[in-house]
Write a protein that binds this ligand. Sequence first.
Ligand code: PBG
Ligand code: ZN
Length: 318
Amino acid sequence: MYRFRRLRRDERIRSMMRETRLHPKDFMYPIFVIEGEGIKHPVESMPGVFQYSIDRLEEILKQVEESGIGGVMLFGIPQHKDPQGSQAYAADGVIRKAVRFIKEKYPQIYIVADVCLCEYTSHGHCGMVCGEEILNDETLPYLVKMAVSLAKAGADMVAPSDMMDGRIAAIRAGLDQAGLTQTPIMAYSAKFASAYYGPFRDAAHSAPGFGDRKSYQMDCANGQEALREIRADIEEGADIVMVKPALAYLDVLKEASLTFPMPFAVYNVSGEYAMVKAAAERGWIDERRIVTENLTAMKRAGAKIIITYHALDAVKWI
Ligand code: PBG
Ligand code: ZN
């Protein structure tokens, strides 16, 4: 009989046998930056998460710097929205300003700028709209403008989350033309049309005003298609590819990470965070153990980068 338990006898040997170990550099922390002044507004469905105006941003940036995590991911909440999402690429747009502020005050922090229009469009969709249709090719130039504008402002990396076809190639070409050949693209490649994004849409004021995102985000039943999406983004020039959400899609992450020799990111999304927080608040689960277990599972499944709202807590627990 093989005795597996020999190597589980106490923590000394268990810790030597551990196959997966979490490290602060595994994590990226999403931050919601809202236009305005003096704002630190709690997101009700995401306990511990706030919207910050730029003048209050340092409160969280200090914690980020001390934590030693890999970087931050920035989402903007503009005051003014229009059908073209013009604040997404405006010279004085909220994320451009936030990027410049962080670069100046916290140059050590690695900044990933989300590239998508839904926080900036009056209709709340991730692209241009004609009637009820979300246009693909017409949207690409706007995404390119946004990516170039944020990279020029100093973002270290751009992360398109819109799911339009062909956007990675378009953004790569746009960045290169602007001389930004060294700016990497982290592509939300297999982004599923998920109910788990609910709390984020409260946080980012980005719920679609009509219909849903099912004509551009992926059907949650599709694993093979996810591999094709990821392959397409790699061919178009993505530097890092992402699977999103995390927990219900670890099969996709695992298979994709075994298939493609690429750095993989996974997004532990708002709804996943909200469920853990809600159960923990009631004392029904042990938050620290559950979070560590979930994040370990994401890394075990192949994630190189884990984008998570738990990041600042997790570094204290691992
Ligand atoms: C915007 C975007 C969303 C998320 C990241 N970027 C929401 C959406 O697609 O509706 C979700 C993140 C989360 O739920 O934490 N395209
Ligand atoms: Zn979007």
